[in-house]
Design a binder for this molecule. Structure first.
Ligand code: F6R
Length: 243
C-alpha cells in the first residue's frame, strides 16, 4: 500500500485526477469504479475542468460501475447514486448513460440484484481503477463494521451513524434509506488498483485504523491491507492519525 499525505484537499483532487487520466490514456476502454459521497467530488470536478479545457483523454470508450446504491428511493431520485454520479461526473465527461451501471435497486429484482451486478462486473472484465472513500466508522462502500471480508454485492442495513452522516444529502436522518445494495469487500478486492481518498479530520481515526490497525471486520477498510495495489491519498487533516 502506498500512502501519500498531501497538504490539501485540492492536492488530493489533482493527484487523483492524474491517476484516472493516466489510466484512460493508456487504456481508453478502461473500467472505472466510482464512489459517491462528498470526498471524491473535488476529484470529479477536477476531471470535468480538464475535460472542458480540452486537455483530458477521451472518455467515450470508458465504462463505469458505481460502488453502491440506496434501496427504497423512487426511480430517478436525485440522491440515488446512479443519479448522483451522472450529475457529478459522467454526464459532464460525455460518458453515455448505458456505459454507467449501478446495482439495480428495483423492488422486483432485489433478490437477484447482487448476483446480476457481480455478473456485469465480470463480463466487463473487472474494474481497472476503483475510487473509494472511507466512512467515519471505517466502512468501505456500504460494508459497515462486522461485514464479511470476502463478501460480494448484496443488500446491507446502514448503521444509525452512517444514516446520520448522510443526512446532509436528505431532509434529515429519517429520510435516509435504511437499506442499500453494496459491492462486497471481496468485490472491491477484485479491482486491479484501489484509490482511496480521505480528507478532513473526521476521517483521521478511521484511516489510521484501516492502514495501520489490525485486519478486522470491525474496520472494513482494513481489508485494503490484503490488496497488492492500493494508493491512499489523504490531506493533512485525514493523515493526522498516521504514524
Ligand atoms: C459512497 C460510499 C461510501 C463513502 C463513505 C464516505 O459510494 O461507498 O463508502 O465513500 O461513506 O462518504 P463521504 O465521502 O461523503 O464522507
Amino acid at each position: 500500500m502506498e500512502v501519500v499525505p498531501l497538504p490539501s484537499v485540492e492536492d488530493v483532487a489533482v493527484l487523483a485526477a492524474d491517476t484516472v487520466e493516466a489510466l484512460v490514456r493508456t487504456r481508453p476502454a478502461a473500467v472505472l469504479g466510482l464512489a459517491t459521497g462528498s470526498t471524491p467530488l473535488p476529484t470529479y470536478r477536477e476531471l470535468i475542468r480538464r475535460h472542458r479545457a480540452g486537455t483530458a483523454p477521451a472518455y467515450d470508450d470508458v465504462r463505469c460501475f458505481t460502488l453502491d446504491e440506496y434501496v427504497g428511493l423512487p426511480a430517478g431520485h436525485p440522491e440515488s447514486y446512479r443519479s448522483t454520479i451522472a450529475r457529478e461526473l459522467t454526464d459532464d465527461l460525455g460518458i453515455a448513460e448505458d456505459r454507467v451501471q449501478g446495482p439495480d435497486p428495483s423492488p422486483e429484482g432485489l433478490a437477484t440484484a447482487g448476483e446480476r451486478y457481480e455478473d456485469a462486473l465480470r463480463e466487463a472484465g473487472g474494474v481497472d481503477l476503483q475510487v473509494l472513500g472511507i466512512g467515519s466508522d471505517g466502512h468501505l462502500a456500504f460494508n459497515e463494521p462486522g461485514s464479511s471480508l470476502g463478501s460480494s454485492t448484496r443488500i446491507k442495513t446502514l448503521t444509525e451513524r452512517t444514516r446520520r452522516d448522510n443526512a446532509r444529502f436528505f431532509g434529515g436522518p429519517e429520510e435516509v434509506p435504511r437499506h442499500v445494495l453494496t459491492q462486497g469487500l471481496g468485490t472491491i478486492l477484485r479491482a486491479r488498483h484501489l484509490l482511496l481518498l480521505a480528507t478532513g479530520a473526521g476521517k483521521a481515526e478511521a484511516l489510521a485504523a484501516a492502514v495501520e490497525g489490525p485486519l478486522t471486520a470491525q474496520c472494513p477498510a482494513s481489508v485494503l491491507q490484503l490488496h497488492p495495489h492500493v494508493s491512499v491519498l489523504a490531506d493533512e487533516a485525514a493523515a493526522a492519525g498516521l504514524a
